[in-house]
Design a protein around this ligand. Structure first.
Ligand SMILES: NC(=O)c1ccc[n+]([C@@H]2O[C@H](COP(=O)([O-])OP(=O)(O)OC[C@H]3O[C@@H](n4cnc5c(N)ncnc54)[C@H](O)[C@@H]3O)[C@@H](O)[C@H]2O)c1
Length: 201
């Protein structure tokens, strides 16, 4: 398969490293104009460099997905520069540095920290791109979920698992905003801990 994204704009969240970086490079390599965001600026700039080297355009900007106003500004700038956003990949998040622990040991703060990024962050971005996709009667929202949202993994990462169940369900609530909204559930690749949004407890 060799998709051509020339003339298409794709936003990728959580693009400083890991899957987000790989997704950004892949879109750029297939001709897309990528708008990449993360909270880790130095590594985000490396993603920008690698995406441009892959052959596409890439604009990397710091943006915290938990900050609704910042997300609105990011999408507005991407839409103004490119005409409109064709694809949104809600990838930011993961376990945010938390370690798996039994449910009864998960603090409310740790639970909330995961949901703020994994679910609310994706909500902010999906809500921001929805008007443009609706007006164009076309668009794609891809939610990076997890197989953990479907079962009970060994590490008892209850907050992440629950938030990923939500991410898997979210496409059903996004229908109508875009022509396609779907979850992707990776599993098993090495993940790094987010530096700036990891819960400390
Ligand atoms: N790696 C795996 O095996 C695996 C398995 C299942 C699901 N996933 C999902 O795939 C996605 C990416 O995973 P990964 O392994 O590349 O993780 P990762 O930790 O390498 O990347 C996540 C990125 O999100 C960014 N991020 C965190 N908080 C943010 C915020 N508030 N605003 C903006 N960006 C923020 C981090 O800085 C980081 O760059 C996650 O949503 C994760 O849940 C990964």
């Amino acid at each position: 398969m060799n998709p051509d994204f020339t003339g298409r704009t794709a936003i990728v969240t959580g693009a400083a490293h890991g899957l987000g970086r790989a997704i950004s490079i892949a879109f750029a390599g297939h001709g897309a104009s990528v708008w990449a965001c993360d909270v880790i600026e130095d590594e985000l700039l490396e993603t920008q460099k690698l995406s441009r080297a892959a052959g596409g355009a890439c604009t990397a900007r710091a943006c915290d997905v938990r900050d609704k106003d910042a997300v609105q500004r990011f999408v507005k700038d991407a839409s103004s520069a490119a005409g409109r956003v064709h694809v949104l990949v809600n990838n930011a998040g993961g376990v945010l540095g938390q370690v798996g622990r039994p449910l009864e040991e998960v603090t409310p703060a740790a639970w909330q920290a995961i949901f703020d990024v994994n679910l609310t962050g994706a909500f902010h971005f999906s809500q921001a791109v929805a008007p443009g996709m609706k007006a164009a009667r076309s668009g794609r929202i891809i939610n990076i979920s997890s197989g953990a949202g479907l079962g009970a993994p060994k590490d008892s990462g209850s907050s992440s698992n629950a938030s990923r169940s939500g991410a898997s369900a979210r496409p059903r609530t996004s229908r109508g905003a875009c022509s396609s909204s779907r979850p992707i559930r990776p599993g098993g690749s090495p993940a790094r801990c987010s530096r700036s949004t990891a819960a400390s407890d």
